[in-house]
Design a binder for this molecule. Structure first.
Ligand code: FEO
Length: 392
């Protein structure tokens, strides 16, 4: 695909990765992704904003055919899906300066083995004139690495946000055409990438408030030409109260734990609490992460195997602990054969979660009437806690 004009003298470049199905060898990409770069041709200087993932570098280099000079390569983020083609661009434009946060300079020297003298570090708030275009650098640390920044193009009121507000979607549409689809993808992206840094992202959102933003051009997914809704969505995800929702990741080996999960789900529904079940051996981990953005309560369902939780339940607990969702309550349900340390092991894996523990319900073999009653009591307790917090 050739470069595409966004506004006068401003172009989208980049690569659409229709086939990619996994990021970081971890994150499912059901809709592929894109690596967006941008070119700003000022009356005096030309800047390239970010590059592409190295396997797709030829696409970017083809798009740069006919571009006579690049004075600056603005690198918002050192992760290689955006920085990885900088060396190739420097080979073609050897005089270009790589504009980065001071922290990113060291990271790119480590990650790409670039020489120190190619860099031109930008402090927070620094302004760079391209002639009739002016870019301002806004440091936005931990979105989602420590070195990240965004760039505001003053004359056109465009925010080049890199991963911030991004979404993993492969599409030939340059701008958002289906906000519902992009909301879903952006929420998945937030859940998997940004949620662990919710508090600092809230500060960065606040930092962007004084800017008059007509357009947000991220480095993954489509460009927002009506950016208000995605900024509001981020505000809700990081600042909003959790919802009257239980997320229930579970695994069952012979059906006993599944029976308990289904009973609890039914009891919660009867109590007016929404519930989302994720059968871990077949679930899309991204969907589970999205549910964690909203849920007020997490209940892990697991049998006891080899004296502890099933490894898939341990994985879900590890993931939830790493993603640091805003859940307020946590519990465990499941069946065991003769004993074990399931509760102790899962509790030891979830130290990052600022949650109140609701008494677990573990039963020996198939659940009995008293076990089902205990699950009913758990559902009632969760409903009361959600109601006391006025969750909707
Ligand atoms: Fe899209 Fe953090 O890289």
């Amino acid at each position: 695909m050739e470069k595409r004009q966004i506004k006068e003298k401003i172009y989208w470049l980049g690569a659409i990765d229709w086939d990619r199905r996994l990021f970081d060898s971890l994150i499912p990409l059901p809709d592929g992704t894109s690596y967006n770069a941008y070119l700003i041709k000022g009356s005096e200087k030309t800047a390239l904003l970010d590059t592409v993932d190295p396997p797709m570098e030829d696409t970017l280099m083809d798009q740069l055919r006919g571009v006579e000079k690049i004075d600056y390569i603005i690198s918002h983020h050192a992760e290689q899906d955006h920085s990885g083609t900088i060396s190739r661009v420097l080979e073609k434009f050897p005089g270009a300066k790589v504009v980065v946060t001071p922290k990113a300079k060291g990271m790119l020297m480590d990650l790409l083995r670039l020489d120190e003298d190619v860099f031109s570090p930008a402090e927070d708030g620094d302004v760079l004139s391209l002639g009739d275009k002016t870019v301002k650098f806004i440091h936005t640390p931990w979105v989602h690495w420590p070195e990240t920044m965004v760039t505001y193009l003053e004359e056109d009121r465009i925010l080049f946000s890199c991963d911030f507000f991004g979404s993993h979607i492969a599409t030939s549409d340059l701008f958002v055409t289906d906000p519902g689809r992009v909301y879903e993808a952006a929420k998945r992206y937030f859940a998997e990438i940004m949620m662990p840094f919710g508090k600092v992202i809230a500060k960065n959102l606040e930092k962007l408030k004084p800017y008059d933003i007509d357009m947000i051009a991220p480095s993954h997914g489509q460009i927002y030409d009506q950016p208000g809704w995605i900024m509001d969505a981020y505000d809700q995800w990081v600042n909003g109260a959790p919802k009257n929702l239980v997320v229930l990741p579970f695994v069952s080996m012979h059906g006993s734990t599944r029976q308990m999960v289904d009973h609890l789900a039914s009891a919660l529904t009867d109590q007016g609490v929404r519930v989302e079940l994720f059968n871990l051996p077949v679930t899309d981990i991204g969907k589970l992460a999205m549910s964690l953005v909203d849920a007020a309560t997490i209940v892990v369902g697991t049998p006891t195997v080899l004296a502890g939780p099933h490894p898939m339940a341990a994985y879900a607990a590890f993931l939830a602990n790493a993603l640091r969702p805003k859940a307020k309550f946590l519990s465990i349900i499941g069946s065991y054969g003769w004993g074990g340390k399931t509760v102790e092991t899962l509790a030891s894996m979830t130290g990052n979660l600022k949650v109140e523990i609701i008494d677990p319900v573990l039963c020996k073999g198939l659940a009995s009437e008293s076990d089902f009653k205990a699950l009913d009591d758990m559902a009632a307790a969760i409903a009361k806690k959600h109601k006391d917090l006025d969750l909707t």
